[in-house]
Design a protein around this ligand. Sequence first.
Ligand code: SMN
Ligand code: MG
Length: 365
Amino acid sequence: MPMPSSSQEPRIKALTARAVRVPMPQPHRTASGVVSESPLVLTDITLDSGVVGRSITFTYTPLALGPTTDLIRNIEPLLMGNAAAPAEISRGLAARFRLLGAQGLIGMALAAIDMALWDGLAHTHSVSLAHLLGGLPKPTQAYGAIGYDGPDESAKAAEGWAQRGFRGVKAKIGYPTVAEDVSVIRAIRRAAGEGTAVMVDYNQSLTPSEAVERLRILDAEGLTWVEEPSLAHDYAGHAKVAREARTPIQAGENWWGITDFAHALEADATDFVMADVMKVGGVTGWLEAAALANAHRIRMSNHLWPEISAQLLSVTPTAHWLEYADWWNPILADPLRIKDGMSDPAGAIGSGTEWNEAAVQRFLV
Ligand code: SMN
Ligand code: MG
């Protein structure tokens, strides 16, 4: 895939993709399924300067881990010798896969390469990703995740996040009755204290009508947002819920690239957006989505990937909250720090993605 280039840019010399299965302290339950481990593809792209760019790809289930790893490896020959120009390469790869489409595992593989190349470019200039993008790393208020674990365990988790100084918590709900949802919300609020923001996440488990009904009750709970009440790509359904509810709706983690974001915002599907840096199309896709969110004056948060997301939220005009998860910390040499409830991305070079090689070796598939 010959790309326009000039002599001085660093060129892509090699790519490795390693599959690991990182155990989780405890399964993370949602109304739409359980995440019991983190199957990850760790991609390293080496430039002819010797600089290495890295990225993490999360495949949600081990069933997708091998195929995604193979896909990333299969793309290597298309990259060799090209200038390390991530936006250019992502556009070229998207065109190459136009007939198949850049959603699903292909989208994940392209994002893995995009994130690793942007990381490599930042390392080439020994700057943070935020600085490479024209900004400076800055703190974003952070929230911790609480699983679909019932009132007692949810309250315990909320107390833990509050004790660690987090300013918000997000609980997975969608229990059989809205009364159970409310019971969990109130148990969390009692445990975390009135000063802590509380978000909830239905993980696409309701129909729009069910969501409208439940929100008639939840609107009295002072929630910061209600996330993915209905199917992620049912923009009309989300728009109906957003129109009827007083509580802000949050969505976006399952939208693939700028087109999904554009269609969703054209449909007024949500009040806030959150981008999953993998599904949105890596750093290149994130920047497009951030510009669109800014044009619509909509607050934008992240989904997982705290290290690279902390860098990207630093240059996101409508940055809102940072979702923090420590699931992948075991394979990271320098996980994102949280200070006084805020992300602390300063000091990182690139996206802050450096391996703890001993742990990687332990979890290799
Ligand atoms: C979520 C989804 C998938 C895995 C973990 C967590 C959840 C979130 O929707 O918003 O974090
Ligand atoms: Mg979610």
